[in-house]
Design a protein around this ligand. Structure first.
Ligand code: ADP
Ligand code: MG
Length: 324
């Protein structure tokens, strides 16, 4: 897949057109911005970390059944994504009070928000991404009601998945921002990025900030914090994998002569089981395997059947998969 033309250069990424008009390449930059780009800096190696971290979270969500734009990682600074029409809203989910929420409403920092808050902001740099209500969204047509409902539902599911995953890594998911886009058929996907640039991560015990707040508040060690997040999640596939059991049935295709079946039938007759009409003999294969997801396990089993277990000239198969 090749970069053909730069479509857009944003604050954190460059977006390129590819040979395939349905796909785009993201190049993650080493730049850091805050307060609507009034504060800027570059840090060598930052683009690599946000690219790898974002790819990991998007893949994890995809494995859990959330539609995302992620296609694959290309290298340290690039990933391939579905090219979408971005809905001009940013959806923020908050589990703990901090940042603009505290400033705006004068509430204390660090309060647990149960159930989590979902907020919509208009994606408009000139206006400083203002908070909007669902009535504003409807009145000015920023998104349709079903789209708003879908974005909310997906955002809360994303929150559940990431919150659970990060807790096991000693990271508290304080809040995060999502963007959504649509394909030509109007299907909605989680788009853009999920990284320490777009989330707040606190170390569960020390409460140390492991995200862009280090840059916003001049706390130092920005890159080190991003590295720490990557270090804790890099082995996610191993730590997420579960054990599955596949029960595979292999049987002869209709019309294929079944000599074993015939032999069993004649033995049954000789023992006096005259009511038997027909016998077909197949195979039952039980396989246990580890895999990052049920979807992945199913595709591996399918490959095994096609490569070895089933002779597709004369046999057919079906299988059931269960997590153990
Ligand atoms: P910005 O400075 O506007 O935040 P970024 O540096 O984050 O920009 O670059 C990414 C841009 O690409 C954003 O405008 C984002 O909305 C957009 N985008 C995100 N995902 C997709 C996608 N799948 N297809 C097309 N555009 C996307
Ligand atoms: Mg952005």
């Amino acid at each position: 897949m090749n970069k053909i033309k730069l479509i857009y250069e944003g604050k954190a990424k460059k977006v390129y057109e590819t040979d395939d008009s349905t796909l785009a390449i993201f190049e993650y930059k080493d730049s850091l911005t805050a307060f609507n780009a009034q504060k800027k800096d570059t840090m060598q190696g930052k683009g690599r970390l946000t690219n790898l971290i974002s790819a990991t979270f998007l893949k994890l969500l995809q494995d859990k059944g959330i539609p995302t734009h992620f296609v694959k990682l290309l290298d340290d600074n690039h990933q391939l994504v579905k090219r979408l029409k971005i809905i001009p809203l940013e959806v923020v989910v908050r589990n703990t009070s901090t940042g603009s929420l505290c400033k705006r409403l004068g509430v204390e920092e660090g309060l647990d928000l149960v159930p989590p808050l979902v907020e919509f902001y208009l994606k408009n740099d000139e206006l400083g991404d203002p908070l909007v209500t669902e009535d504003h969204i409807r009145a000015f047509g920023f998104a349709s009601k079903p789209q708003v409902e879908k974005m909310k539902e997906l955002s809360l599911k994303v929150n559940e998945i990431l919150h659970k995953f990060l807790s096991k890594k000693g990271i508290k998911l304080v809040d995060f921002k999502l963007e959504f886009g649509m394909d030509d058929e109007g299907n909605i996907f989680v788009a853009d990025e999920i990284s320490p640039d777009t989330c707040r991560f606190w170390d569960m015990t020390s409460k140390e900030r492991l995200d862009k707040d280090r840059f916003r508040k001049d706390l130092g060690n920005v890159l080190e914090a991003y590295e720490e997040i990557w270090r804790r999640i890099a082995d996610w596939e191993k730590s997420c994998s579960a054990e599955y059991r596949a029960n595979i049935l292999v049987y002869l295709k209709e019309g294929v002569l079944d000599t074993q079946g015939k032999a069993v039938l004649s033995s049954l007759y000789s023992l006096g089981y005259d009511e038997v009409k027909n016998v077909r003999v197949g195979k039952y294969i039980k396989i246990t395997l580890t895999s990052p997801s049920q979807e992945d396990a199913a595709s591996r089993i399918k490959e095994m059947c096609e490569d070895l277990l089933v002779n597709d000239l004369i046999e057919e198969y079906s299988f059931e998969l269960e997590e153990i």
